[in-house]
Design a protein around this ligand. Structure first.
Ligand SMILES: [Zn+2]
Length: 285
């Protein structure tokens, strides 16, 4: 497994997941398939850093963009970052539960970030928190932007979960996010599954290769470890990171043990995040 503290691209060599072995073989035909070593100038830093704030709150930075997913910080017993310190360009909300939306309004009002959410949540944020810069969406819809040579598309995809807002209002249906970007420097694809059970239609996201899959493992409120491994088999990503665990005792998990299972049972490379420690996503294309 890869620890963010030993970022693959920082050294002279980088580990290549089995799925990318065609790429490695083309460059180093004497290497055998599987996890192999490759000089770092043969793989691109994607210009994309991933940072876990604990629970399901993530900062994804691509070039000048900062996408903040499901902000739950100030009342999150596992988080170290305070909401008042973040200035995202975009906030992505997967569903209305407090552990995914708690700090969205304060951050959006201060930073003027564009808030992407389903239509019901976007409307609620405008009505109850005076947030104007919202994009109301629904499953299958894609938000697109093109700034400073960076093309970004963010699609809201289904998740099997409930969604009600903190005041009891209807929160639409829960979702996940598929983030695609392309620039002169890099391109890539991240699938953040959100809070969800395992469901077979997840695999349609993998029609186009997923570089990073962020999958819940906490169980009880979402899929647990066993189903997260099956989901990783569906998606066949280069890298997979766990989310929605460790915040409270009911969703405690041993992420290192999860990573060993991912390595043994899938072709993906597990990356166990450390809270507030950025990890650079390596890209093979
Ligand atoms: Zn949740």
């Amino acid at each position: 497994m890869i620890e963010p503290s030993v970022t693959a691209i920082e050294g002279s060599f980088v580990f290549i997941p089995k799925r990318l072995s065609w790429f490695a073989i083309g460059l180093c035909p004497d290497l055998s398939p599987g996890v192999m070593r490759l000089k770092m100038n043969q793989i691109k830093n994607s210009d994309c850093s991933i940072l876990w704030h604990a629970h399901s709150t993530w900062s994804i930075r691509i070039g000048k963009l900062h996408l903040l997913i499901d902000p739950f910080l100030d009342d999150n017993p596992a988080a170290k970052t305070k909401a008042s310190t973040l200035n995202p360009s975009h906030i992505l909300i997967s569903h209305g539960h407090f552990d995914h939306i708690a700090d969205a309004a304060s951050i959006a009002n201060r930073s003027k970030a564009t808030v992407l959410a389903n239509y019901e949540i976007a409307t609620w944020l405008t009505k109850h928190h005076s947030i104007q810069n919202t994009v109301g969406m629904n499953h299958g819809g894609t938000f697109r932007s093109h700034q400073d040579g960076l093309k970004l598309s963010v699609q809201l995809v289904p998740a099997v979960h409930s969604s009600s807002l903190p005041d009891g209002s209807y929160g639409g249906t829960a979702g996940g996010w598929v983030i695609d970007w392309h620039s002169d420097k890099s391109s890539g694809r991240i699938y953040y599954a959100g809070d969800t059970a395992l469901f077979s239609d997840m695999q349609w996201v993998a029609r186009t290769h997923v570089d990073l899959f962020i999958v819940p493992i906490g169980d009880l409120f979402t899929m647990g470890v066993d189903d997260s491994i099956e989901a990783t088999r569906f998606i066949q990503p280069s890298f997979v990171m766990p989310t929605h665990y460790g915040t409270w005792p009911p969703i405690a998990q041993d992420a290192q043990a999860w990573a060993k299972q991912i390595e043994a049972k899938t072709d993906a490379k597990p990356v166990v995040p450390e809270i507030d420690k950025p990890w650079s996503l390596p890209i093979s294309k």
